[in-house]
Design a protein around this ligand. Structure first.
Ligand SMILES: Nc1ncnc2c1ncn2[C@@H]1O[C@H](COP(=O)(O)OP(=O)(O)OP(=O)(O)O)[C@@H](O)[C@H]1O
Ligand SMILES: O=C(O)C1=C[C@@H](O)[C@@H](O)[C@H](O)C1
Ligand SMILES: [Mg+2]
Length: 185
């Protein structure tokens, strides 16, 4: 079994938090969510940080949080925009196994409409959810793909997503990181 950190990346609503908790249990790893840790440390919500200090301030905290929580034997659920910064993309690829939870726009939008969690997910564009999800995914999909070691289908049930991830990481050597392979697209 590997000991490298497992990083989950993907759009808002793809299930990084939901799947990450289950994956951590299955691996007997710690579970960390960078959005949760960041808000606990700042003692305010992401919406408040962005409203008071702007997105660049939030992005700086996100980089700091990502680097400080990274440890062996942990599953780390990242924020949806973590891949925007080149420094984060390089950090993720070099310090763990990166899994892209990929889901279509309609699935993501449906989940976000059902569970908006606006304090953690302030609007990125000011547009309605499905329009925003389409626009943002079009901008970011290539970055998720280039950052990931593995891509899994995140539109299915959480337990099935976990099973895909376990199958993917089974091929990874304990001391090295996989390169550019995909189990699903
Ligand atoms: N595989 C799944 N099947 C059905 N519902 C799911 C699945 N994964 C997540 N959900 C639901 O979708 C919502 C969003 O999931 P979650 O918070 O895990 O996404 P996230 O990727 O962590 O989002 P964010 O980037 O905003 O932190 C939750 O209410 C969750 O219950
Ligand atoms: O997609 C994004 O840019 C974000 C996703 C969330 O996880 C949070 O990290 C924050 O709301 C930004
Ligand atoms: Mg989350």
């Amino acid at each position: 079994m590997i000991t490298q950190p497992i990083f989950l990346i993907g759009a808002r609503g793809c299930g990084k938090t939901t799947v990450g908790q289950k994956l951590a249990e299955a691996c007997h790893f710690d579970f960390i969510d960078t959005d949760v840790t960041l808000q606990e440390r700042a003692q305010q919500s992401i919406a408040d940080i962005v409203a008071k200090e702007g997105w660049p301030a939030f992005r700086a905290l996100e980089t700091q949080t990502l680097q400080s929580v990274t440890a062996p034997q942990s599953v780390i659920a990242t924020g949806g925009g973590v891949i925007l910064a080149p420094v984060n993309r390089e950090f993720l690829r070099e310090n763990g196994i990166v899994i892209y939870l990929k889901a279509p726009v309609a699935v993501l939008a449906g989940r976000l409409e059902a569970f908006p969690e606006e304090s953690q997910r302030p609007t990125l564009t000011g547009k309605p959810i499905s329009e925003e999800v389409r626009e943002i995914l079009a901008q970011r999909d290539a970055l998720y793909r280039e950052t990931a070691h593995f891509t899994v289908d995140a539109a299915c049930e959480p337990d099935d997503v976990v099973a895909q991830i376990l199958a993917a990481i089974a091929s990874v050597q304990p001391t090295t990181v996989a390169v550019n392979s995909a189990t699903a697209d």
